[in-house]
Design a protein around this ligand. Structure first.
Ligand code: URA
Length: 427
């Protein structure tokens, strides 16, 4: 029979900095999942972890216990190797959309289980749901068929995948304990390992538009996750990427789909292309594919062909017009000069206030709401020319969005120093 512990002893142990044993962590996660450990006890435990950290073996035990709380997927019957990516979330981060079909061009299967957005970073499913007819719910059997045929699926994760994480994440969200590295790492990696991918590339964002504001903490998170993946037999690497400036020129669901389709058609903003191609190269390397040229497959329409098949396999009309919002508001440059700064966080918050994101789980999002950026840092701007366009279905949302944009950009005389988008790759 499994050993029994007392939740209060384990909370006190972590509060006082003690390293918990495998049996203690297994018991805690299992008892919490079954409702035997109360939400307030698990919240206190999460706070103790945030304040005191966890050892590598504790983080591994927590991850394994969360995986064991639910079902594991198994892609071993596919004729293709599997590879997936995960982004820790950013403003204008639509990279999954062009990336998944791009990697599938090279004969790999990409099972991308995604979520809906909460807060100022958008969710991949919310973006794709702006495509008429597209559905996020795919049964395990449909997923296998689509992976074998098209090679690419982006869909909702079923409730049976790491249910302990779902329960714990909801508590962390309301108790100020989201930012603990052991909790973020085990949360992300429990879902990715349970999903059963053979290889995984992580896009860990740093900067003011990201969870991790500075590069050192992003590096620590990335290393922790790469270790967890490796310990579980998944080939894992991580890119550390800059999230001080929004990615691309759009923030918002249908707006980001439109920009992704531009990239798949061989155009689109340089930063979106660069990150899509760099992540594709890393995913192909992790899955053991050599001699592939993802930049060419993006430019010559092969990735677009897979995109259309992937969208249509899930009921979407890849040729349909995308929804647009009923109201728009243009902000013009107040002087001539060079755009020096453009801050991701206020722009993400403004898009959220326009209706692109949700305040509570289960709220609806507006497909057409969001922000178009007409210039990026380093571009020359002319007084009176458009700098941003805000889009909303509900006109009353525009003033609140304008409030959050106060100080969101600077116009000056000199172009800013260029910063690399991909700061490091951790393998
Ligand atoms: N994403 C997750 O899935 N979990 C976290 O803890 C943070 C981001």
């Amino acid at each position: 029979m499994a050993e029994n512990f007392d939740a209060v002893d384990l909370i006190i142990g972590k509060r006082d900095g003690r390293e918990l044993s495998t049996a203690e962590i297994d018991w805690l996660v299992d008892a919490f999942t079954r409702g035997f450990v109360a939400d307030e006890q698990m919240s206190a435990f999460a706070m103790a972890v945030l304040l005191n950290g966890m050892s590598r073996s504790e983080i591994r035990d927590l991850t394994l216990a969360m995986i064991a709380s639910g079902e594991r997927m198994d892609f071993s019957s596919l004729s293709k190797r599997t590879v997936d990516k995960h982004s820790t979330g950013g403003v204008g981060d639509k990279i999954t959309l062009p990336l998944v079909p791009l990697v599938a061009v090279f004969g790999l299967a990409v099972p991308q289980l995604s979520g809906r957005g909460l807060g100022h970073t958008g969710g991949t499913l919310d973006k794709l749901e702006s495509i008429p007819g597209w559905r996020a719910d795919v049964s395990p059997a449909e997923m296998m068929t689509q992976l074998e045929g098209v090679g690419a699926v982006i869909c909702a994760a079923g409730a049976s995948l790491a249910p302990a994480d779902k329960k714990l994440y909801a508590l962390r969200d309301t108790t100020g304990t989201v930012e603990a590295i052991p909790l973020i790492a085990s949360s992300i990696m429990s879902k990715k390992i349970a999903e059963g991918t053979g290889a995984l590339v992580l896009d860990v964002k740093f900067g003011q538009g990201a969870f991790m504001k500075d590069l050192d903490r992003a590096r620590e998170l990335a290393k922790t996750m790469v270790d967890l993946g490796r310990d579980a037999g998944v080939v894992t690497s991580a890119l550390l990427t800059d999230m001080n400036v929004p990615l691309g020129l759009t923030v918002g669901n249908a707006l980001e789909v439109r920009e992704s389709v531009e990239v798949l058609a061989g155009g689109g903003p340089a930063d979106v292309i660069e990150l899509t191609v760099t992540l594709a190269e890393e995913m192909l390397r992790a899955a053991g594919v050599t001699d592939a040229d993802p930049a060419a497959a993006l430019a010559d329409g092969r990735a677009m062909d897979v995109w259309r098949r992937m969208i249509e396999a899930q009921g979407g009309d890849a040729s349909a017009a995308l929804p647009t919002a009923r109201h728009s508001h243009v902000i013009v440059a107040e002087e001539d000069g060079v755009l020096v700064d453009q801050h991701a966080l206020p722009i993400g918050i403004a898009a959220w206030r326009l209706g692109a994101g949700r305040a509570r789980q289960g709220d609806a999002v507006s497909a057409g709401a969001g922000i178009e950026l007409h210039a990026k840092p380093g571009d020359r701007v002319v007084k009176g020319a458009p700098l941003l366009t805000l889009h909303a279905d509900d006109e009353a949302r525009i003033p609140r969005a304008l409030d959050s944009l106060d100080g969101a950009w600077t116009i000056g005389d000199e172009a800013p120093a260029t910063r690399p988008l991909v700061a490091e790759i951790i393998r």
